[in-house]
Write a protein that binds this ligand. Structure first.
Ligand SMILES: Nc1ncnc2c1ncn2[C@@H]1O[C@H](COP(=O)(O)OP(=O)(O)OP(=O)(O)O)[C@@H](O)[C@H]1O
Length: 306
């Protein structure tokens, strides 16, 4: 977390969120509580079906929770808004428009009073930012998957949302393209101090990009089991972060959660009441761990290993 925002009022506050799709089925997740500070990059990790996309859609205002609320800058979210830009795995570009026109379409929705020239100049900045200057006149059918995804990111950024919500945005990309776009995203976020909530299944991607990683236990009855603080230096890079021993402490903690603890926590969840706020952990850093317990057995192991 950036030091200057450490004690500020949260930008997003998620309070007691639960979702039940059918009355005769248990809730997918329940009593979800967390906050996001302005300028933070949050990644969410959890097994398929625990409700990550549902939580993202509730924050986006595209879905409703069964109970609880999401408050952004002091106001409860009740529907979609240009203040919250969403990037989905399938880029959802308008196929009959060029790169430039797709972005202009989004900018115009934000600034209907702007002239055509101003919209084009504004959009061009973001096309350049994602390295697509040479392809600005192309239609989506003429672009690779990675290029389309970059258009989706440029479009979301061009609207200058207060919050960016990304649902596995790089899931369908090859490793090389993924790396290039991750680097671009890091640069853009560092330059704009963009607040981001992103779902990923990729542990290394979460460690590279995020300030905090939220770990969800399995559904039904899923919870935010822990919030892992990323204690690697902020100027980390894809090429060098694996030289830092702290990278492996964080990585082991996340993998251990996914392969072992996420299921154990789910098994206890139906009976045990969940605590209001998730545990905040800094793997490998002595004295900053929560006490070991039935929901948190790996912490003791981490101390021995790390
Ligand atoms: N519209 C719906 N109607 C009924 N059930 C739904 C609906 N949408 C999602 N679900 C169920 O809710 C659960 C959570 O779905 P969600 O897509 O939020 O999970 P997820 O963690 O994002 O999964 P994944 O990682 O596979 O994308 C799943 O069991 C899913 O089948």
């Amino acid at each position: 977390m950036p030091n200057e925002t450490k004690h500020a009022a949260p930008f997003i506050k998620v309070e007691g969120l639960s979702k039940r799709y059918r009355a005769d089925l248990p809730p997918v997740f329940e009593n979800i509580n967390f906050s996001i500070q302005q300028g933070e990059f949050i990644c969410v990790i959890g097994h398929s079906g625990c409700g990550k996309s549902t939580i993202l859609n509730v924050i986006a205002g595209l879905d409703e929770a069964s109970s609880g609320a999401v408050v952004m800058a002091g106001k409860e979210i009740s529907g979609p808004s240009l203040d919250r830009g969403v990037v989905f795995q399938s880029h959802a570009l308008l196929p009959w428009l060029t790169v430039e026109e797709n972005i202009a379409f989004a900018v115009r929705s934000r600034h209907p009073d702007w002239s055509r020239k101003r919209i084009a100049e504004h959009g061009a900045r973001f096309i350049e930012m994602v390295g697509l200057k040479a392809a600005w006149k192309k239609k989506p059918s003429e672009l690779s998957g990675g290029m389309k995804q970059r258009v989706g990111i440029a479009r979301a950024f061009s609207v200058e949302p207060k919050m960016l919500l990304m649902d596995e945005p790089f899931g369908a990309l090859d490793a090389l393209t993924r790396g290039v776009i991750q680097d671009e995203l890091l640069k853009i976020c560092a330059a704009t101090r963009q607040t981001v909530f992103m779902i990923t299944h990729d542990v290394d991607e979460a460690i590279l990009l995020s300030d905090k990683i939220m770990l969800m236990s399995n559904g039904p009855h899923a919870r935010i089991a822990e919030i892992v603080v990323n204690t690697l230096p902020r100027d980390r890079s894809r090429e060098t972060m694996h030289h830092d021993p702290q990278f492996y402490r964080i990585r082991n903690h996340l993998v251990d959660f996914l392969v072992r603890r996420s299921k154990m926590i789910q098994q206890n969840a139906a009976e045990a009441p969940s605590s209001a706020e998730p545990l905040i952990v800094r793997p490998g850093l002595e004295g900053d761990q929560p006490p070991p317990g039935p929901d948190n057995p790996s912490v003791a192991k981490m101390r021995v290993v790390a």
